[in-house]
Design a protein around this ligand. Structure first.
Ligand code: GTB
Length: 213
């Protein structure tokens, strides 16, 4: 059955791979599943046809036969459950890998998104100068804890899993802030994720769309 995902017609990041279709592309590359991409404009995302797939009018979505999904956590989990390569066979190890997916999305991503909001969307507000150090502090708190847990390991729990795919995807958003480099083991962890052949293919495919003239 053909898998079709949606992505920005042109991502505002100009091909840096920060829009969330990249993590879905990466998961599909890791498990070796071919897929098609339907590009959508900001306007089309808010129209009924897309809203039927995604109630919040966002990308990415995932369609496969009669199944339509939204939310990258659910999409990557579905891919990882359906195909070998992203979740361990051992039941406990599998549950822990899934826990790391949730940790990435529920515990680590929110302060990182908040930092993006504070810097970009609220950067011109008079109170941002006071608020920014608080938001940065919350990001550092999380990174310090994550860094302590990762230690010298390559991945969060044994072999690379969907938990690492999600965590690396979330941490990538921080690179431009410089904060990631304050935690050398996390910076190296993200670099290991980016060095994977599957990530490189996913990145190149989104870049081909978002850097075209
Ligand atoms: N929780 C949802 C998920 O994980 O799937 C969040 C989906 C989401 O935020 N989608 C964004 C979107 O469609 C694109 S990824 N936004 C349009 C809208 O809401 O109208 C977020 C994103 C956008 C742009 C950049 N960038 O340019 O750097 C990075 C990330």
């Amino acid at each position: 059955m053909t898998i079709t995902i949606t992505a920005f017609e042109r991502s505002p990041d100009g091909g840096k791979g920060l829009a969330r279709d990249t993590r879905v592309r990466w998961a599909l590359e890791e498990v070796g599943q071919p897929y098609e991409v339907r590009l959508v404009s900001f306007r089309a995302m808010k129209e009924p046809a897309h809203l039927a797939l995604h109630p919040f009018g966002q990308i990415p979505t995932y369609e496969e036969g009669g199944l339509a999904l939204f939310e990258t956590g659910a999409i990557v989990f579905h891919i990882a459950q359906r195909h070998a390569g992203l979740l361990p066979a051992d039941a406990h190890a599998r549950a822990r890998a899934i826990t790391w997916m949730f940790a990435a999305l529920s515990t680590v991503e929110p302060p990182i998104l908040e930092l993006g909001t504070a810097r970009i969307l609220e950067g011109d507000k008079p109170w941002t100068r006071e608020r920014l150090p608080l938001v940065e502090g919350r990001v550092r708190d999380r990174l310090k804890q994550l860094s302590a847990r990762l230690g010298n390991a390559d991945w969060l729990d044994g072999a690379f899993s969907a938990g690492d795919l999600m965590m690396v995807s979330v941490l990538l958003r921080l690179r431009s802030s410089g904060i990631l480099d304050e935690y050398p083991n996390l910076a190296a962890y993200v670099a290991r994720g980016e060095a994977r052949a599957a990530y490189k293919r996913a990145f190149a495919d989104q870049a081909a769309i978002n850097t075209r003239p």
